[in-house]
Design a protein around this ligand. Sequence first.
Ligand code: AMP
Length: 277
Amino acid sequence: MRTVITLSDLHSARLSFAGMVGLVPTMGYLHEGHLSLVHRAREECDHVVVSIFVNPTQFGPKEDLSKYPRDLDRDLSLLEPLGTDLIWMPTAEIMYPQGYQTWVEVEAITSPLEGAMRPGHFRGVTTVVAKLFNGVQPHKAYFGQKDAQQAAVIRQMTRDLNFPIEIVVCPIVREPDGLAMSSRNVYLDTEQRKAATVLYRSLSAAKKAYESGERDAEKLRQIMKDVLASEPLAQMQYVSCADYDMLEELETVTGKTLLSMAVFMGKTRLIDNFVLG
Ligand code: AMP
């Protein structure tokens, strides 16, 4: 396993690869969710590249950039046994040198949900992912369904900008009690960690109603809200029942549908989702 920082070291490592190259973009502080993407890339590709970069441009001014959890030694020791070929850990100065002025913006699909709550977030995400794609030039890139809107936005960008890259979206990896794994879960204290299962319980209740025949999207949103409201430590930011492709709020559930939510547990913002249909 090789570790590179600079673009020129990345390029020479990339030139030595023959066959299919898979990229797993991450912000580090890895958990089983990230590792599931690496496993999948390992199965499908000849070479696996993992990028670790806490991208400053996707954090809002009031978000947790400076205290985002980091543990590089641990990350490297988790990646080595999985057969990772290359780790690219660029610095912020390499990605955004002085005088930097080019941005990638995807329009409609970035407006609702996370885009509405985190202005500028997706502009940072699409810009950095385009730069990761240009640097690594992978054949396939692996993303998690955990960040459902991000996966949809990256798919759209890849199509729109003609990146010759297949986007592979992998299922959400959860803790045994249902909490979706996230680097941010370390911020939760014991009480908040217990209460954080409310996201999974809320999504499960709506799914159960859907499976019993409920197709009124507002009723499904209300079921999710009611379960969230039953947990005093949880502060709902949004719940959504939207069509899977355009992420527009539905009145009636007909085709493939995304149930999603963002919830504050104290200062920690958690997101989760289920796909219906
Ligand atoms: P992050 O380091 O949070 O930017 O995440 C890097 C990648 O891992 C993204 O594509 C995420 O969607 C994915 N990911 C994060 N958590 C999970 C999870 N619990 N299950 C599956 N994929 C995940």
